[in-house]
Design a binder for this molecule. Structure first.
Ligand SMILES: N[C@@H](CCC(=O)N[C@@H](CS)C(=O)NCC(=O)O)C(=O)O
Length: 212
């Protein structure tokens, strides 16, 4: 099994933290995004989505998209700590909050970053197709981010972790989003005290430290 990775980027980091939390060791192959190796024919044949991370199983099956990858590992390694919920309700809540963190947080930051960074002038959207940058999308992303911080601050005022009582994949995506926000010089606001306290706590986890 091989995990195609680029550890400096936020999305691969989500899977790297997940694997470290579960104590799963996987052979890693670097796809250098700075050299656009994700668009090379050899990689595109395995992963038509042209992104990282991507997991190649020993029988040649290729699973891209983080949700696909983490669900594979959660099912294949049942003796490791569950990070996608234990009960049916917890599983639903982890999916719900992880998706909200991705849609309203990580993609808001990406909207700003991809539509402003110099090296992405025709690469504003991840994937096989080229799209030009849009300053309006960058502005909208910047408007969305404070609401993400506020909404998650509220959730963490009532729950120890993002999806409830247990640390989960929803925490990992939220944490990676807070760190990714620094790429666009945004920080968790001072008045989001619940989110800031949670951020300090989860940042200290060994699996997070090992992937920082
Ligand atoms: N929706 C994808 C997101 C993966 C993604 O956006 N990866 C970025 C790195 S953070 C990438 O591969 N970028 C390649 C590019 O910019 O062309 C997932 O869930 O796996």
């Amino acid at each position: 099994m091989k995990l195609y990775d680029y550890p400096q980027a936020p999305n691969p980091r989500r899977v790297n933290i997940f694997l470290a939390e579960k104590g799963i060791d996987v052979e890693k192959v670097t796809i250098d995004l700075m050299k656009q190796e994700q668009l090379a024919d050899s990689y595109r044949q395995k992963n038509p989505a042209c992104d990282v991370p991507m997991l190649e199983l020993d029988d040649g099956t290729c699973i891209s998209q983080i949700r696909g990858i983490v669900h594979y590992f959660e099912a294949a390694y049942p003796d490791t700590p569950p990070l996608l919920g234990k009960t049916p309700a917890q599983k639903g809540l982890v999916e719900m909050w992880e998706h909200l963190a991705f849609m309203n947080g990580l993609l808001a930051v990406a909207e700003v970053f991809r539509n402003t960074a110099k090296g992405f002038s025709d690469r504003a959207v991840v994937g096989p197709h080229n799209y030009p940058q849009s300053s309006e999308l960058a502005e909208r992303g910047a408007m969305r981010l404070p609401n993400f911080f506020k909404d998650f601050d509220q959730q963490l005022g009532q729950n120890e972790y993002v999806a409830g009582t247990d640390y989960s994949m929803a925490d990992i995506t939220t944490l990676v989003t807070c760190d990714f926000a620094k790429w666009i010089k945004a920080e968790i606001p001072e008045d989001c005290k619940n989110l800031r306290a949670w951020y300090s706590k989860v940042s200290a986890r060994p699996a997070v430290q090992a992937n920082s």
